[in-house]
Design a protein. Structure first.
Length: 316
């Protein structure tokens, strides 16, 4: 980006320094303004400039923070939960626009910039095969309120039962970037929350964390089909996976073959829904995934093991 009228690197930094955000976020935004971040299209570090999440032709900084399928879903949810909305900004000067009071209030700009920092960190974690950071709406709420105001109590979101006649399968995938191994975990419950079975399976290799989450969905569907279930809700705490599912044939991610298989398997059900739920609603499946290893490849529980009792009770 070239410096606009009346703006310079020193002027940029003065505006950034006034932001009520952590120092690391200020440094991050200075790098965004001057395009000092290594997005694929900007630095040409990667052989391909394509976005590995949504398949867009160019993964620019703006794409990661505003235009990617994951970013769009993030900002939709942030608007609902924290009241933070992305203002209208010029496509060339958008990063500096957020520093100007005429675009949006300073406190709201600070919240947006913090959200964009979280999106960039999540992008880097995905690139290295780590689990993205997903739940920061409460932190954005705190930025939007004065320090002397009484803080809003953190809302505990609990597991939501399916409708009568449906079964719900919460799934989770764990991934180790060192050797590509991991595990999938799942738990099946009815509309009353009654435990209907759980399974965990060690996975010797997967492409990345997103692929492991997709494999967990497929495992959950197989488990439900084995039990003759006709109406199934599969819940995952992976936002990227759900958004790619919603895009259907328009997405071109690395997990396209797995998504195609999931879509084919969904036809075996009378009704099927794949949805996102936060980690606080997915703790039982997460714990299941931790109960297998290379020495114990598959575990299945027709009744809940003692290690799950407290988590199941806490969901109610």
């Amino acid at each position: 980006m070239e410096d606009g009228p009346g703006l310079s690197s020193e002027g940029d930094w003065k505006l950034i320094w006034r932001l009520e955000v952590p120092p690391k976020v200020r440094v991050f935004w200075w790098r965004v303004v001057h395009e000092f971040l290594s997005a694929r299209q900007i630095r040409h570090i990667e052989r391909l400039a394509v976005c590995e999440v949504c398949g867009a032709d160019q993964e620019t900084i703006r794409h990661v923070l505003l235009e990617c399928a994951v970013a769009k879903l993030f900002w939709e949810n942030t608007k609902k939960l924290a009241g933070v909305e992305i203002p209208h900004m010029h496509p060339e000067t958008w990063a500096r626009d957020l520093l100007l009071a005429k675009v949006c209030p300073r406190r709201e700009a600070a919240a947006i910039i913090c959200g964009m920092w979280a999106l960039w960190v999540a992008r880097n974690r995905r690139h290295h095969g780590e689990q993205p950071i997903q739940d920061i709406a409460f932190d954005l709420w705190q930025i939007m309120h004065k320090a002397n105001e009484v803080p809003l109590e953190r809302i505990v979101v609990r597991w939501k039962p399916p409708e009568i006649g449906w079964m719900k399968c919460n799934v989770d995938g764990a991934y180790c970037p060192t050797d590509g191994s991991g595990a999938t975990g799942l738990v099946l419950r009815d509309h009353r929350g009654a435990f209907a079975g759980a399974r965990a399976r060690w996975q010797k290799h997967s492409l990345n964390a997103l692929s492991m989450e997709a494999q967990a969905v497929r495992e959950g569907m197989e488990f439900a089909l084995d039990k003759g279930i006709r109406k199934l809700v599969v819940a995952t705490d992976c936002l990227e996976l759900v958004k790619l599912w919603e895009l259907g044939d328009r997405q071109r991610s690395v997990i396209s073959p797995t998504l195609a298989d999931i879509r084919h398997r969904s036809l075996s059900f009378e009704d099927f829904v794949l949805l996102f739920e936060g980690r606080s609603c997915n703790r039982v499946a997460h714990q299941c995934a931790k109960l297998v290893s290379s020495n114990s490849l598959v575990e299945e529980w027709p009744c809940p093991p003692p290690v799950l009792h407290d988590l199941l009770d806490a969901d109610w």
